[in-house]
Design a protein around this ligand. Structure first.
Ligand code: NAI
Ligand code: MG
Length: 393
């Protein structure tokens, strides 16, 4: 019986890159039935819900999702584009990918940042003798995906009870004279179970894939409670993994070091916002959005997606110019997750071969401006890149 995968292309270039990833999966001999599921802007505008219930049900049933990208807009812009028949009926826009992470508690976010040899976008640095070095980066960021500073517990003009509760803290004294309407508060909440889950997953991944270190990247000298809990739990959990070193860095220093000696780092684990920041930092060293893949993993359901968005500027270009590699690498993460590691390795090897050969490059790899012109300047189309990968399988 073939496996069923919920395919959610979403908006813009999500609709372009997801079918390309499926082409590669099929060429690699992975047999599955892809069940299309609606998600994104169109469903907000027409139905008042960017994450239709039927999509949630499909994921509940089949557990594994491949997701392209969605378009998201601020609250007011969203309200304006809603179908007139639905206006003023209490519909509120929320991001469907955030919705999926919350609904299925996809609390483990994994973002591998691995350079492919020969990628013209790789980080290089000047060496002591005046030449240059191109260290191969192989970092994997584990980002807590549901809590922390992005948990959404925040107020401008906090209600009285909230203000009163905060004022039990001595450090609130300095805000005593600020009127509530001039106070904006975002909370950073870390729960011990979620903290333990992300840290343990990071260590287990390090063990499974042979990384020698796990770095807990926080700021415990300032954020003594939340980062403090991350650090303490990391120290405890590390005792179960005697062969893996625990390194401790501060997020600010980490951002400096990652452009100095990025090849030193293996698995990195952080709270939601710090994980967001550090993973973008590392992704920039290995090719950026055209190469940045990710997994959102919960106890039951897992969704795999490129880090990039719907890039509306490029969605209508025909032929398409965007790089499908981030989406294809996300599909490889899906294969790893469901025990098809060999097929994943085969696809990664084919991507590596295409990049190293350097004949087929999308516009981003040539550092060209993204436009139809890029093709005339020698950039490969999205489909040509996929074809090159498939012919290397
Ligand atoms: P974006 O990631 O869509 O595009 C930013 C720029 O990155 C593009 O203009 C392009 O230059 C480059 N880029 C992105 N994907 C690429 C690819 N596959 N190949 C080559 N170059 C690529 O981010 P932007 O423009 O900030 O947002 C556009 C829309 O996407 C917004 O509505 C935003 O809310 C949404 N978004 C959705 C995400 C998701 O679905 N998870 C994540 C980020 C943004
Ligand atoms: Mg980000």
């Amino acid at each position: 019986m073939s496996r069923k995968i919920v395919a959610m292309p979403g908006d813009g270039i999500g609709k372009i890159v997801l079918p390309e990833a499926i082409r590669v999966l099929e060429a690699a001999g992975f047999n599955a039935e892809y069940i299309h599921a609606d998600i994104g802007w169109e469903f907000w505008c027409k139905q008042g819900n960017a994450l239709p219930e039927r999509t949630v049900e499909l994921l509940e049933e089949h557990k594994i999702g491949l997701f392209g990208a969605i378009t998201s807009k601020p609250k007011d812009a969203a309200a304006e584009e809603l179908d007139p028949a639905l206006k003023d009926k209490g519909y509120v826009y929320f991001s469907p990918i955030v919705g999926l992470r919350q609904h299925f508690n996809l609390d483990i976010c994994i973002r591998p940042c691995q350079s492919f040899k020969g990628n013209p976008l790789n980080f290089i640095r000047r060496s002591a003798d005046g030449g240059y070095e191109e260290p191969l980066v192989n970092a994997v960021v584990f980002r807590q995906n549901t809590e922390g500073l992005y948990a959404g517990v925040e107020w401008t003009n906090p209600p009285k009870e909230v203000r009163a509760a905060l004022e039990t803290h001595p450090k609130m004294k300095k805000f005593a004279n600020i009127p509530s309407e001039d106070l904006a508060i975002s909370t950073r909440i870390v729960s011990r179970p979620a903290c333990r889950r992300i840290i343990r997953s990071a260590f287990e991944y390090a063990k499974k894939f042979g990384y020698k270190s796990v770095t807990v990247c926080e700021k415990p000298n300032v954020l003594r409670e939340t980062s403090g809990m991350m650090l303490n739990e990391a120290r405890n959990i590390s005792k179960d993994f005697p062969d893996i070193e625990l390194w401790e860095t501060n997020i600010d220093a980490q951002m400096m070091w990652l452009t100095k000696n990025p090849e030193t780092y293996g698995v990195i684990v952080s709270e939601n916002m710090f994980g967001d920041i550090v993973s973008d930092g590392f992704a920039g060293l290995v090719g950026g959005l055209g190469f940045a893949c990710s997994a959102n993993i919960g106890d039951e359901v897992a969704v795999f997606e490129p880090t990039h968005g719907s890039a509306p500027k490029y969605a209508e270009l025909n032929p398409s110019i965007v790089n499908p590699i981030a989406m294809i690498l996300s599909a490889c993460m899906m294969l790893d997750h469901i025990g098809e590691e060999e097929k994943a390795a085969k696809i990664r090897k084919a991507i590596a071969a295409v990049v190293e050969e350097g004949k087929v490059k999308t516009y981003d790899m040539m550092k060209l401006r993204g436009s139809a012109e890029a093709i005339k300047q020698g950039a490969a189309t999205t489909q040509q890149m996929t074809d090159a990968i498939i012919s290397n399988l």
